[in-house]
Write a protein that binds this ligand. Structure first.
Ligand code: NAD
Length: 206
């Protein structure tokens, strides 16, 4: 049985509620609404351009919340059906903003991945990926999935993973930690660059 939580008991929320009542394998287990009358089951003010008008409903067996975060945090809910007006999208805005802002940094790591791949710097690439992904996985593991603002935390941690990954890629190239892949071969007399061209020069024996 899939437990649904409906956010917003306007015309769409009501129509979806009535539709779920007719479906097998799903049930509405909770609702979320800021209007106290609708949350108490008085849906008589709801009407739309089609379908039935709202009536008095018995919602006593449902979880009832006036804050969306609490519905999202309800562990019994498998799926949240968002029937909120567009203005309520602001609730998701911080997470969406973080996801968008980090994308240029993410693109940078694709560029440096290409450099490290192209220069055969596979060991560094692997190690940097292990460190970044390990840190990210630990961070995600530490988030309370049903906690308040958990979506925002997922993106904070994901941004951290992306920043570590990009920083590792860039720092290897410039200023060049370890054997910088694009460093020029050492021109010191008596020394010749190794075949890798990474500046890890080897003495020449004549
Ligand atoms: N009405 C339609 O025919 C229709 C058709 C297709 C899509 N939609 C879309 O469906 C969504 C809902 O439309 P509607 O006509 O049901 O709107 P509505 O204004 O009738 O209902 C929205 C309900 O959400 C509640 N609400 C607002 N902010 C809330 C919050 N932060 N937490 C909990 N409850 C909150 C309001 O009190 C209201 O009861 C909109 O995005 C709309 O564009 C509507």
């Amino acid at each position: 049985m899939l437990n649904i939580g409906i956010a917003g008991l306007g015309f769409m929320g009501m129509i979806h509620y009535l539709a779920y009542e007719k479906l097998k394998g799903v049930k509405v287990a909770a609702v979320c609404e800021t209007d106290a009358k609708k949350l108490a089951g008085d849906w008589r003010s709801i009407k739309g351009n089609f379908g039935p008008a709202g009536t008095m409903m018995d919602l006593s067996k449902l979880g009832r919340y006036s804050e969306l975060e609490k519905l999202l945090a309800d562990p019994k809910i498998d799926c949240v059906d968002i029937c909120l007006p567009p203005a309520a999208h602001a609730l998701f805005f911080p997470a969406w903003l973080l996801a968008a802002v980090v994308q240029p940094i993410n693109a940078l790591s694709f560029v440096t991945d290409g450099i490290h791949w192209g220069t055969g710097d596979f060991r560094y690439l692997r190690n940097a990926m292990f460190v970044a992904t390990g840190a990210g996985a630990l961070g995600l593991w530490g988030i309370e999935a049903a906690g308040i603002a958990s979506l925002l935390w997922v993106w904070i941690v994901t941004d951290g993973w992306i920043v570590i990954r990009s920083a590792a890629g860039v720092l290897r190239v410039w200023p060049g930690i370890g054997a910088a892949p694009l460093a020029q071969p050492d021109r010191t007399p008596g020394l010749a660059a190794s075949a890798t061209g990474r500046g890890d020069a080897v003495p020449v024996h004549e």
